[in-house]
Design a protein around this ligand. Sequence first.
Ligand SMILES: *[C@@H]1O[C@H](CO)[C@@H](O)[C@H](O)[C@H]1NC(C)=O
Ligand SMILES: *[C@@H]1O[C@H](CO)[C@@H](O)[C@H](O)[C@H]1NC(C)=O
Ligand SMILES: *[C@@H]1O[C@H](CO)[C@@H](O)[C@H](O)[C@H]1NC(C)=O
Ligand SMILES: *[C@@H]1O[C@H](CO)[C@@H](O)[C@H](O)[C@H]1NC(C)=O
Ligand SMILES: *[C@@H]1O[C@H](CO)[C@@H](O)[C@H](O)[C@H]1NC(C)=O
Ligand SMILES: *[C@@H]1O[C@H](CO)[C@@H](O)[C@H](O)[C@H]1NC(C)=O
Length: 440
Amino acid sequence: MKRIVTVFASSGPRHPSSGPRQRWLHRLVLPIFGALFAAVNVLFLFNNKNDPSTTTFITSNQAHTSQRYPFVPADVIVQCGLVEHVNLKTLPKPLTKSLGFVKPHKTGGSTVANIVNRIVWERNMTKMIPSDYTYLGWPTPFPGNYKSIESVNGSGIFRFDAVSNHAVFNADAFRTYLKEPALIFTILRDPMERAISAFHYFPPYNSGNYTWQHFIRKYKNTTYIKTWDQAVHVNPMAYALGWYHLRPPLPSDNNKSKMKGMMWTTAFDHNKSAIRDFIKKVEDEIDLVMILDHLTESLLLLKDELPQLEVTELLWSDFKISGKGASGDDTGGTNNRKSHKIYPTEAERQELSNMMLVDQMLYDHFRDKLLLRWKAKEERAPEETRQLKNGLNCLHETVTQLLATEKNRLPKRLRICLSQDSPGFTHLQSTKQQRVNVGN
Ligand SMILES: *[C@@H]1O[C@H](CO)[C@@H](O)[C@H](O)[C@H]1NC(C)=O
Ligand SMILES: *[C@@H]1O[C@H](CO)[C@@H](O)[C@H](O)[C@H]1NC(C)=O
Ligand SMILES: *[C@@H]1O[C@H](CO)[C@@H](O)[C@H](O)[C@H]1NC(C)=O
Ligand SMILES: *[C@@H]1O[C@H](CO)[C@@H](O)[C@H](O)[C@H]1NC(C)=O
Ligand SMILES: *[C@@H]1O[C@H](CO)[C@@H](O)[C@H](O)[C@H]1NC(C)=O
Ligand SMILES: *[C@@H]1O[C@H](CO)[C@@H](O)[C@H](O)[C@H]1NC(C)=O
């Protein structure tokens, strides 16, 4: 099972610009294998009654065995001081809001998407499935090609419980496909850290043959965003939040576009008043902007928006530590290959900052806002907030450690869920939704 999961986790189509052969692989062969492995995992997740490592849960200091969600071992919950904060007497509580997660590249988006996927899975919710399991239109407008579900009353658009794959945010379009009311949220990351992460992740710069000078020369004077690599390197967070799509291409521009409709002007990228207007718009339309550099605080603020969540559901995984090649890992928090990384010099950082002014202003604004919200929470309930923060950090560290050293102490079900990157989990979810539909 472990090997299957590993292979499967790297099966998603990733780089829309890869060569024809790779594209063929991505489009045909890998999805087919992916679907097969997904089916195997779905069978496992559905028929899990005899898992020998069935979790022992504890409530009010009284231990009893249970199959109940979220399958975090009782001793870990106790060790992390969370007994008082975890209610394991019931099934996961239904959410009162649907989830619209805007997922930028290399900002911790996969980590959060994994949490969303687990929430959706355990509550039998429906998620909008991209046809390629990865992109809901991105870098072109949302929603692109997706697997539709027939509307219950046979008319109109089916509204989903969740959207969490890469997409370009558009409030009206998101709300068209999400059940009301919707919670819209996203995650941003320090733009320089993000750029360094992206440089080492995406081809061709990840080959080790390139310097930051190559990168800067290529992207500094970008006048139009018209390829996927520009969309992941030039203000990519603003891109995902819809900054460039605010100003649709002119028909004459469109003729120069390789990808249909991909011709977004960068003419406003240094216009601070336009950027401030955009920040205001994002603030109005997005309920919570999380910050990877303050992930624990961000996740607990997410729980404040969705009080039905258990703190254990916010457990996040760090794929890199388990040494699986980290195809979907975006956490960037721990980095075990630091020594091989190439860092920009001070002068190069300045050029990069200048290039990414929109992202920098967005980040600064929403980081300050998040920290203020956190401070208010701490002032409201200092003791509880401290326990939750320490407890969640402890859950993460303990489970990460167990994954690396004593996997078998964790229930298989939890391990599978934590090891799925976004395309992987989306395959699983898709198969499950199909089964449920066929069953009805
Ligand atoms: C989800 O569906 C499964 C299988 O039908 C069922 O056993 C489970 O109780 C459901 N979960 C919730 C939260 O409704
Ligand atoms: C039924 O269709 C209408 C649109 O025609 C839609 O607004 C509504 O959400 C649908 N109801 C359900 C339960 O899907
Ligand atoms: C890096 O450059 C060397 C020398 O030009 C070349 O032989 C090698 O194939 C390159 N590696 C990659 C991954 O492009
Ligand atoms: C790129 O833009 C800079 C200003 O930011 C300008 O000085 C430089 O001449 C431009 N380079 C090219 C090749 O257009
Ligand atoms: C753009 O392409 C269309 C045909 O696809 C052509 O009719 C039109 O003249 C072109 N516009 C420009 C400005 O080149
Ligand atoms: C900056 O953007 C605003 C729109 O937000 C526009 O009115 C103004 O002309 C722009 N300024 C420049 C120098 O392009």
